[in-house]
Ligand binder design. Structure first.
Ligand code: ACO
Length: 427
């Protein structure tokens, strides 16, 4: 059987053979289907890219029907149990797990780029005390473009990798400065003798003690959360990263654009919205009423549903287990009971069952962050730090892909026909 698709255009009765490769046709092959020589040719209309592959990628595999997520072939469950975030970031970028020597050198490279230029620090001081940390994060990551002018040399792999180190290294510093700024606390410089996660906690929480010692349980829990958030193939923010990067913009401004996309409540901003929702529900006995209002279309159940997962999000499963481990150290966050009840009721209800709406990665993460005393405003930043590794891996892959051209979708024009300008006095 040939790997082709036969299309008959009933407008003209002409027949076309389109090649099928990797379960797809090339959208540009549709252009040969024309009414006449000067016809532009057929396009496909897909406003949310729900059935359009925009690239080939060897980084993350996801099967939403079966609830499978793998980075470079490794199941997310195994990585969450046995790996660390920095090791996973290496895997995403280089395609293989590092050897001992490679991991040592990678860790050294990352941990020696954690410092922010003092002017970048001053730039952050300029924000108002109640600035949203995601706004600060997006702006500061974009501003780093002005500090690293060499980043524009995209043709050189060594230069590209240097920006990768810098971005992965500096996002925790930017995030913690955003937090300290909001509280009027002095910034804490990185301590590169700690782990990547330990140092982040140090920059967030260190007060007067000479050396900050992170709680190992909380450090590991955050490591697991970072692993789970590191990449998720062509989601809204990754698509933004590739889209901006396709114009040969430098990785800092591309990353700022990706972070801006993540900020939205339908994407990474959902973790913050979930917490606000659970606080609004207040107690378990108000859950049924809340679910009724969701079903009436008054609001969405935040942290539920996913464009791709039509099954339980495997990340949500791991986060739920992690929550209980964290509570053993921090004490139980009472919001977990409301969340569990919401999940129980929703998963039994036809509205959610018919639409295949399950908890996603954001449903339980906020409860852990709150138990670890992260303020709600910073939750999406906690998503952006590890996702930076994914954005960069995808960006590097895009730059090295021979098929890459500037992203430039088509439109279906629905506006006015040509008409003559009307002078103001005649309108
Ligand atoms: N609560 C209630 N109903 C929902 C929800 C929800 N959370 N999500 C989808 N639905 C309903 C829609 O109303 C729609 O119903 P209808 O067919 O009767 O109109 C149906 O399910 C399909 O919804 P779409 O909006 O078409 O689904 P889409 O794939 O476009 O949206 C999205 C996916 C944006 C994630 C959506 O499920 C949502 O808004 N969820 C809440 C926000 C959230 O948690 N976002 C984080 C996603 S994970 C991440 O980005 C990291």
């Amino acid at each position: 059987m040939p790997d082709t698709l036969t299309v008959i255009d009933n407008r003209t009765t002409k027949q076309y053979e389109l090649e099928i490769s990797s379960g797809s046709i090339r959208a540009s092959d549709l252009r040969q289907i024309k009414l006449s020589e000067d016809d532009f040719g057929l396009m496909s209309y897909d406003p949310a890219f729900s059935n359009t592959a925009s690239c080939t990628s060897a980084i993350t595999y996801l099967d939403g029907e079966k609830g499978i997520l793998r980075y470079r072939g490794y199941p997310i469950e195994q990585l969450a149990e046995r790996s660390t975030f920095l090791e996973v970031a290496y895997l995403l970028l280089y395609g293989e797990l590092p050897t001992k020597v490679q991991l040592t050198s990678w860790t050294h490279n990352i941990m020696h780029h954690t410092m922010l230029h003092e002017n970048a620090k001053k730039f952050m001081e300029g924000f108002h005390y109640d600035a949203h940390p995601m706004g600060m994060f997006v702006s500061t990551i974009g501003a780093l473009s002005t500090f690293y002018r060499d980043a524009k040399n995209l043709q050189d792999r060594e230069t590209r990798m240097l920006q990768a180190f810098r971005l992965i290294a500096k996002t925790p510093t930017v995030a913690s400065y955003a937090y300290r700024n909001s509280l009027g606390l002095p910034y804490v410089y990185p301590d590169n003798t700690l782990s990547y996660i330990g140092n982040f906690l140090n920059m967030m929480y260190r007060m007067a003690e000479p050396k900050y010692q992170p709680d190992p349980i909380l450090e590991r829990a955050l490591d697991v959360l970072f692993i789970l958030h590191a990449d998720h193939e062509q989601n809204c923010s990754t698509n933004a990263m590739r889209n901006i990067g396709s114009s040969n913009a430098d990785p800092y401004v591309s990353c700022a654009g990706a972070a801006a996309a993540l900020y939205g409540p339908l994407h990474g901003g959902a973790n913050e919205s979930v917490l606000r929702m659970l606080n609004e529900i207040e107690s378990i006995n108000k859950v049924p009423d809340y679910v009724k209002r969701v079903k009436k279309g008054e609001m969405r159940l935040m942290g539920f549903g996913h464009r791709v997962y039509k099954n339980y999000d495997p990340r949500a499963k791991i986060i739920k287990e992690t929550a209980h481990q964290v509570f053993e150290t921090t004490g139980k966050n009472p919001l977990i009971d409301i969340a569990l009840e919401l999940e129980r009721i929703a998963l039994e209800d036809d509205y959610f069952v018919d639409r295949k709406l399950y908890p996603n990665v954001d449903f339980y993460s906020g409860i852990i962050y709150e138990a670890m005393e992260f303020p709600t405003d910073i939750f999406t930043v906690l998503f952006a730090i590890p996702r930076t590794a994914g954005w960069i891996a995808q960006w590097l892959e895009m730059i090295e892909d021979e098929d890459t051209r500037i992203a430039r979708p088509r439109q279906i024009y629905t506006g006015a026909e040509e008409r003559d300008f009307v002078p103001l006095e005649e309108r």
